[in-house]
Design a protein around this ligand. Structure first.
Ligand SMILES: Cc1cc2nc3c(=O)[nH]c(=O)nc-3n(C[C@H](O)[C@H](O)[C@H](O)COP(=O)(O)O)c2cc1C
Length: 207
């Protein structure tokens, strides 16, 4: 079994979310682990050259020249890493009610037509079968308890988008675990609870 752990922890040793990263790494003893640190290997935004190369290759089946191939190299690396993994674990903080832009850009590289999904007679079909995803994040606010008025609990777009992206690619299981960090009195308790929940999910998956 192989696990790909994708992290974005710009806070370094001061990061709240790093506690979840360290914990989950310790739990992944019975699996081969590949770590993609997005701070070291950052995804590129599509530019004109790379989007045209992507259309040509992934939608029109055309051969690319070397420069075009190079423009897709990083996203191909990311897609390949996911393709080879049985479990994908993502760890990062919430920014502005969602995943940080760099994490979304990683998805934009991985979710390639003909690689992660294809179009069948009944619409798009995910091609990454028998894979599971576990997403761990911390946020200032709490999005798991309905203690805020209005629609506040719904403002966590990480859970929604993670479910959509991984399910679209064919993943069979997607779990999201979060911890609220703004209340300093409860921060450690919330993080410890998230660690426990993440461990239980891995156990349930036989990892
Ligand atoms: C740029 C930025 C945007 C943030 N946006 C939100 C947000 O929309 N909602 C929220 O609850 N917390 C938000 N936070 C708080 C962080 O998610 C929270 O402090 C988290 O625990 C930070 O994780 P880290 O210590 O691993 O960096 C934001 C923090 C930063 C730096």
């Amino acid at each position: 079994m192989k696990t790909l752990i994708v992290s974005y922890l710009p806070g370094g040793s001061y990061s709240n979310t790093k506690q979840l990263f360290d914990h989950i790494l310790g739990e992944l003893k019975n699996t081969e682990v590949e770590h993609l640190n997005l701070l070291e290997t950052s995804p590129d935004f599509f530019n004109n050259e790379s989007i045209m190369a992507y259309y040509s290759r992934n939608y029109q089946g055309k051969e690319l020249n070397q420069a075009q191939k190079d423009s897709l190299k990083k996203m191909d690396l990311f897609a390949n890493q996911v393709s080879e993994a049985d479990l994908v674990v993502m760890v990062y903080p919430m920014y502005n009610f969602g995943m940080p832009g760099i994490v979304k850009t990683w998805f934009d590289g991985v979710m390639q037509a003909g690689v992660a999904f294809e179009y069948g007679p009944n619409g798009p079909v995910g091609l990454f079968k028998n894979k599971k995803a576990l997403v761990l994040f911390t946020s200032g606010g709490s999005y798991s308890e309905k203690k805020y008025s209005g629609k506040y609990p719904d403002w966590d777009t990480i859970s929604l988008l993670s479910e959509i992206e991984f399910s679209f690619m064919g993943f069979s299981d997607v779990e999201v675990v979060s911890a609220s960090t703004s209340d300093s009195g409860k921060k450690q308790q919330n993080i410890d609870l998230a660690k426990q929940k993440a461990s239980e999910i891995l156990k349930g998956w036989g990892v």
